[in-house]
Design a protein around this ligand. Sequence first.
Ligand code: ADP
Length: 194
Amino acid sequence: MVIGLTGGIASGKSTVSSILKKLGAYIIDVDKVGRDVVEKGEKAYNEIVCFFGKKILQHDDQINRKVLGNIVFSDSKQLQKLNSITHPHIIERVKEIISKCKTDGKNVIVVDAAILIEMGLHSLCDTVWLISVDKETQLKRLMERDNYTYEEAMNRIMAQTSDKKKSVYADVVIDNTGTLEELENKVLELWNKI
Ligand code: ADP
């Protein structure tokens, strides 16, 4: 069984993933896959440096994600370009990991991705769980977790597709505006159903 786990930035995907991991699921962190495919020497790296220029590189020639993030999250055209470079590499890598998990006999595989639906990764999943949180809570949690200013946090939230659009593809919507304990109970209930 492949569960697609999605939701906006700081909605609680990593938190739900770690609960599911404790329950025995195998987690594919698509953010991590995204970081892996832009490592120096990987295919997407050269394409990105070619397009955005050497100003996005750190001293060790790795891509400085904060600098690149500030460019793309304030300009949707640049974000589109970055996505068109990285997404095919990420999708290919996720497919490889799912197929290896199945060969290894893993029963529950979770694909954790903020842009699961936008990337079409939901088509690889048997069910889609959307984590939803009200904007005020989302802003507060994002600013606290990543030490962003109000404006930085808002730019990142506004660059994402709304929950309303994503909910069309969701089999389950998990509201995470409440406490961690409430979230754990909701996830456990869903786990018991599968
Ligand atoms: P995502 O992976 O979707 O970006 P996280 O799981 O990292 O989101 O959650 C964002 C932040 O909010 C983290 O610091 C996390 O510890 C916190 N958090 C998540 N759910 C809750 C909750 N129900 N109550 C309080 N804090 C929460």
